[in-house]
Design a protein around this ligand. Structure first.
Ligand code: ADP
Length: 260
């Protein structure tokens, strides 16, 4: 790589200029490196569903496999996964460019959680998982409601996806020292201590989760973290393998909208 750094010693104006030039050059290098890594990651992630598709299509045209409704369902699933990866990447790219265009309004986190839980009840029932929301008074935040719903949707669908039949997912909203706190706790497969620092990384997935062929993109938590930090909040995870996982989202509280 070309080294564009300028070397000027001392405290002179020129030395200060050289220092700020070097800082800018460093930032540019970092952003180029991030872009290179993103492209390599995307190519890697798209390759598997694409080569699965190609394999199926070749087998079909060679007459090695018979066309069956199951085969077509599987082909369809592969194309859906590629679509999901691209949709998620688009959101992530917009978020990283600061271009997601948030429309923040006063929102009751309790009500938002209730809607999110209702939306995922059918999915939980299908997986044999009990999904409940602990009762709580309104907790107000200033938020883009659609984006916050997306965060909750991701946490809930993960919790359901990584919890075996007869397990539980419990959602709780409460307020503590000026912070609105949302927790999603599950009794699922859990995450190994060594893996915890990686869960918010782009495309990261625990091996076991990959083997379960869950159909996830590995981008959900990266996007969720981005949205939460864009709301001046934080998101954390604690977990015990085989016992379960808890995600905690913290947001600044706001004064309720009393116009209505
Ligand atoms: P994915 O689309 O694979 O679910 P995410 O970014 O949402 O991508 O999650 C990244 C990885 O973190 C998952 O693949 C899984 O290994 C792990 N993970 C996320 N949520 C949970 C959970 N509730 N329980 C266990 N593992 C989880």
């Amino acid at each position: 790589m070309l080294d564009v750094r300028v070397r000027v010693k001392g405290e002179s104006e020129l030395a200060r200029l050289a220092a700020s030039f070097n800082t800018m050059a460093g930032a540019l290098e970092q952003s180029e490196e991030r872009q290179r890594r993103l492209i390599a990651d995307v190519a890697h992630e798209m390759r598997t569903p694409l080569s699965n598709l190609r394999g199926y299509l070749e087998a079909l045209s060679d007459g090695v496999v018979d066309p069956s409704p199951e085969l077509f369902a599987s082909l369809h699933e592969e194309t859906l996964l590629q679509g999901r990866i691209l949709d998620d990447l688009q959101v992530l790219a917009l978020a990283e460019a600061g271009d997601l265009g948030y429309t923040k309004t006063p929102a009751d986190l309790t009500e938002l959680a209730a809607t999110g839980v209702t939306a995922q009840q059918a999915r939980a029932a299908e997986a044999g998982v009990t999904l409940t929301l602990e009762p709580s008074p309104p907790v107000w935040v200033e938020a883009d409601q659609d984006r916050l719903r997306q965060v909750l949707g991701n946490l809930l669908s993960n919790a359901i996806r990584y919890t075996d039949k007869d397990g539980q997912v419990v959602v709780r909203v409460h307020e503590e020292r000026g912070e609105a706190i949302l927790t999603v706790r599950d009794t699922g497969v859990g995450i190994a201590a060594g893996d915890l620092p990686h869960v918010f990384e782009r495309f990261w997935r625990a091996d076991k989760a990959r083997q379960r062929a869950t159909g996830g993109t590995g981008l959900g938590l990266t996007i969720a973290q981005r949205i939460v930090t864009d709301h001046q909040g934080s998101i954390e995870v604690t977990s015990q393998p085989h016992l379960g996982t808890t995600f905690t989202v913290r947001l600044p509280t706001s004064v309720p909208d009393r116009r209505s």
